[in-house]
Design a protein around this ligand. Sequence first.
Ligand SMILES: O=C(O)CCC(=O)C(=O)O
Length: 302
Amino acid sequence: MVSHVGFEKPVPDHAPELYRSYGAPDAVSGWEQWGSDAGARYDREGFVVVRGAIPRELWSAALDELQSMARSEDADCSNVTYEGAFRQTLEQALGGAADESDEESRIAAMALIAPETRAAHVRKFMGFTKTHAALRAVANYQPLRAAVESLAGEPTRLVQSMALVKPPRGREKPWHQDHAYFDLPIEARVCGVWIALGEVTEENGAMFMLRGGHARGPIVHFQRRDWQICDTEMAGARPVSLPMQAGDLVIFDAKIPHGTPTNRTDQHRWALQYHYVGRSVERVAQEYRLAIFGEEGKDVSC
Ligand SMILES: O=C(O)CCC(=O)C(=O)O
């Protein structure tokens, strides 16, 4: 049963120069090539791209599952976010202004909206690995878990699962560090994995990363188009874009600055994102995180 339905805030488009790529990173071809070199590259650059990392049967089952969740009245996950424009559709279905504070009526109104309309506006699902076996299977894919464990230096647990859908003309996810969203010790090795479930290009919202940027440590975030690193902080940076095919992924340090531009195409861009941390790592109070990354990040999620 979905427990939270939210809508994105309308935001202005980003400046094009925020997502200009300065080269292409080297990639590892399959897990056979994963070794100590990859670990050293992760430490040096803050991320490693692995091509053909998830077998077709796993990624295509995951994509089917997400597409059926998008059409379902109840996506059966902890949290669904829609594009801001979907608010008007919901208001019409409710016969007036949707009461933003009334979660129950927002969830009930989903049943009044045609499945294809709902699906067209989904932006994000969170918290689904307990209920959806196909999505759990990707998170637990053994070679991936082994690589993550080698980077964390100990057995790991999954701390967050998300599906990130960028609909046609879907908005940017501004530059940020994922660690800023986690109540985890700043020295913990938090490892993110972003998996392409279809073709990903600069035009439809590829991941951009700042090579070696994790070494700078935490950067203060501000509420602007999102809770993010300020655009002025990124001026003069030389990021790289990570175009991918379905089944490719990037494993990254949660302190690497990254972001994705607006989808300029008519096609959806589908991705999964999981975060893992060593089992010995304990949560810390939100105040600890805010003292490091900025007070405006209260109660935010990625
Ligand atoms: O998939 C995207 O568009 C951005 C995902 C991301 O960086 C995040 O949610 O932390």
